[in-house]
Design a protein around this ligand. Structure first.
Ligand code: SAH
Length: 339
């Protein structure tokens, strides 16, 4: 049996043709699924003969919700999903005034090994299939009974380390007949796999790119992010510039502030030197607590001083307010194990 959620509209059109059906039927079936009609019998514009063919060829496979956590502080929800093979993944719903935003995982675990991040503690278990990434959105929409309008690929995993599945996922969520989430409302965050960043740029889809930089110095970056051994800062910033050239989008530079590690004025100045003239903005993330790690956040005034130094030098910078920290739903806190 084939999983229907694994199909892009094009692929479903091909399937229709191969099965002697008109291609326009694909659009109808596709629209039904993303309107949450999962039973072929209920798709009332589909002829009986096609319903039978679909029934015999496809399943619509959904993971089970294992647990929903809700933050008492800000209403953020973290949903733990059990996959078919027993693996668990987490996704997070953040409620903002301007709409709902969801943070999805792209892998079970992660092999990038960033020292401050919980998702990587047990390494990579496996890549998620495109439909397993989509399911996270479907499940959240089902839970809240509302449409999700913004999407960030910032959960567990490195999206560019699961690039093929991520690309297919992006096509499906963006499809007008599918979830219809505009590319401009999607942000992909990467630890900096330079050649894949360029490949992403070559797709020329206007999603937002976020780069996890976390230090302006290669040596320091290597200490906290093993990927820095493969791609020096010059390469990843060149890849960002290439991305900007191709898509005309402003790139986000993520910078998790860790007390005594990357929060000095010297580092702020070096960051300014590196980013001068680049179409970007810096998102400062006070490091979130991960119990296996002992990284601490700088105090509030220090964080805002770091931001002010950037701003005064014409580097737009904001401090990210972490949401869902009381339910382990903030940046870097998502993990594979149910505790
Ligand atoms: N693999 C992608 C997505 C990771 S999560 C990437 O590396 O960009 C999104 C952001 O949260 C990244 O910038 C990541 O470095 C950061 N992050 C991870 N752990 C964190 C922690 N404990 N506190 C604050 N930010 C963290």
């Amino acid at each position: 049996m084939l999983n229907l959620l694994d199909y892009t509209l094009d692929e479903l059109q091909n399937w229709m043709k191969e099965n002697n059906e008109s291609a326009f039927r694909a659009k109808q079936v596709f629209s039904w699924i993303y309107k949450k009609v999962y039973n072929f019998n209920d798709m009332n514009n589909i002829p009986k003969s096609l319903k039978e063919k679909l029934e015999n060829s496809f399943i619509i496979d959904m993971p089970k919700i294992e647990h929903v956590y809700e933050s008492a502080v800000d209403g953020t929800k973290k949903i733990l999903l059990a996959l078919k093979d027993g693996n668990l993944i987490e996704c997070v719903l953040m409620k903002y005034k301007h709409g709902n935003s969801i943070c999805v995982s792209t892998q079970v675990g992660c092999r990038m090994g960033c020292r401050f991040c919980a998702s990587t503690l047990e390494g990579l278990i496996r890549n998620l299939e495109p439909w397993e990434i989509i399911d996270q959105i479907l499940k959240i929409q089902e839970d809240i009974g509302k449409r999700v309008s913004n999407l960030v690929l910032m959960g567990s995993g490195e999206p560019l380390d699961n690039f093929e599945n991520t690309k297919k996922f992006l096509r499906i969520v963006n499809d007008k007949n599918g979830l219809n989430i505009g590319y401009r409302h999607i942000t992909l965050s990467t630890c900096g796999i330079a050649p894949k960043m360029r490949e992403l740029a070559d797709l020329e889809i206007p999603i937002n790119l976020a780069l996890s930089l976390h230090s302006p110095y290669d040596e320091k970056r290597k200490e906290i992010m093993p990927i820095a051994n493969a791609y020096p800062i010059k390469d990843i910033l060149d890849a960002c510039k290439y991305y900007i050239k191709k898509t005309n989008r402003r790139v986000t530079i993520e910078y998790s502030l860790i007390k005594g590690v990357n929060d000095s004025e010297k580092e702020a100045q070096e960051l300014i030197r590196l980013l001068k003239g680049m179409l970007c903005h810096v998102n400062l993330i006070p490091v979130n607590n991960v119990e296996e790690r002992d990284f601490k956040r700088p105090n509030k005034s220090h964080i805002y001083r770091f931001r002010d130094i950037l701003e005064k030098n014409n580097i737009p910078a904001t401090v990210r307010i972490s949401m869902g920290s009381d339910i382990g739903g903030a940046c870097g806190q998502l993990r594979r194990k149910h505790k």
